[in-house]
Design a protein around this ligand. Structure first.
Ligand SMILES: NC(=O)c1ccc[n+]([C@@H]2O[C@H](COP(=O)([O-])OP(=O)(O)OC[C@H]3O[C@@H](n4cnc5c(N)ncnc54)[C@H](OP(=O)(O)O)[C@@H]3O)[C@@H](O)[C@H]2O)c1
Length: 239
């Protein structure tokens, strides 16, 4: 496949390396560092799909341009979802294809899926306390992580008695604890723990590098061409 890369930062470079290793070609690279290459030079005649990892302020315009130019687009930039309805409408109007995920890691998306399955079962049988723990490197400023929040929301969907999460040990039965730890070398670990007086059950995802995101984005780019509509990781993974 001929892949157009939009954004050539940490993710764009990781995606390039992985795409080449899977036998794909890079149709072009759009990035402020390469001002002689412009997005409007690309369309179905010279690219099969675009992968967009840029910046919250740039993503929507890039997605719009791809859809208008007939390019299926896989977008990973975060922070532009207030425009998502418009992007969806444009994809529909143009008969185009848009893939979006706030987290492209296959492992994390399977973790979300199993998290909800386990939460439903544990709630059905009862007798366990549940908590979420996230561990990241010391430079991560925001807490809890977005992945921890999605995990907590997935649990609360099956625990109606949990009304809110607390970024600390729970202080009341209607709170779900999200414990955040910051350790030097940790890329990102999320653990859901169910404890009873007789046993402990844990579901854990540990990210080892950002290549997990690149892998999911390239899988999405391989999957998207030829489809029409708006898709996400559940569609790709059949969840
Ligand atoms: N969905 C996921 O799984 C996932 C995973 C990781 C990251 N992300 C998101 O992906 C985005 C990129 O992450 P990153 O780590 O690769 O960031 P990064 O290292 O800062 O790279 C972004 C690149 O895009 C360039 N850029 C900015 N505006 C552009 C435009 N209009 N057209 C083309 N290129 C443009 C930047 O150039 P300048 O430096 O000159 O501005 C930079 O080279 C962020 O929003 C991040 O949150 C998502």
């Amino acid at each position: 496949m001929n892949i157009l890369l939009i954004g050539y930062g940490k993710m764009g470079r990781a995606i390039e390396a992985l795409a080449l290793s899977r036998g794909h070609q890079i149709a072009g690279i759009i990035d402020p560092s390469r001002p002689d290459v412009q997005l409007d030079q690309f369309g179905p005649h010279n690219a099969d799909v675009a992968i967009e990892f840029t910046h919250p302020d740039a993503a929507f315009a890039n997605v719009q341009a791809c859809l208008r130019q007939g390019l299926p687009v896989v977008c990973g930039s975060t922070g532009w979802l207030h425009h998502f309805g418009e992007a969806r409408a444009l994809a529909q109007e143009k008969g185009g294809a848009l893939f979006y995920a706030s987290n492209y890691s296959v492992g994390v998306n399977l973790f979300f899926h199993f998290n909800e399955y386990i939460a439903a079962k544990m709630h059905q049988f009862g007798g366990y306390d549940v908590q979420v723990r996230e561990i990241h490197h010391v430079h991560k400023v925001d807490q809890p992580s977005g992945t921890a929040l999605t995990t907590a929301e997935g649990i609360m969907r099956h625990y109606p008695e949990k009304k809110r999460w607390r970024n600390d040990p729970a202080q009341a039965p209607d709170e779900l604890a999200i414990i955040s730890e910051r350790l030097a070398e940790t890329v990102g670990t999320h653990v859901v723990t169910y404890s009873s007086p007789v046993d402990v059950l844990e579901l854990k995802h540990e990210a080892l590098s950002r290549e997990g995101f690149a892998h999911g984005a390239v899988l999405a780019a391989e999957w998207l061409p030829g489809k029409q509509g708006v898709f996400g990781m559940k569609d790709l993974l059949g969840l």
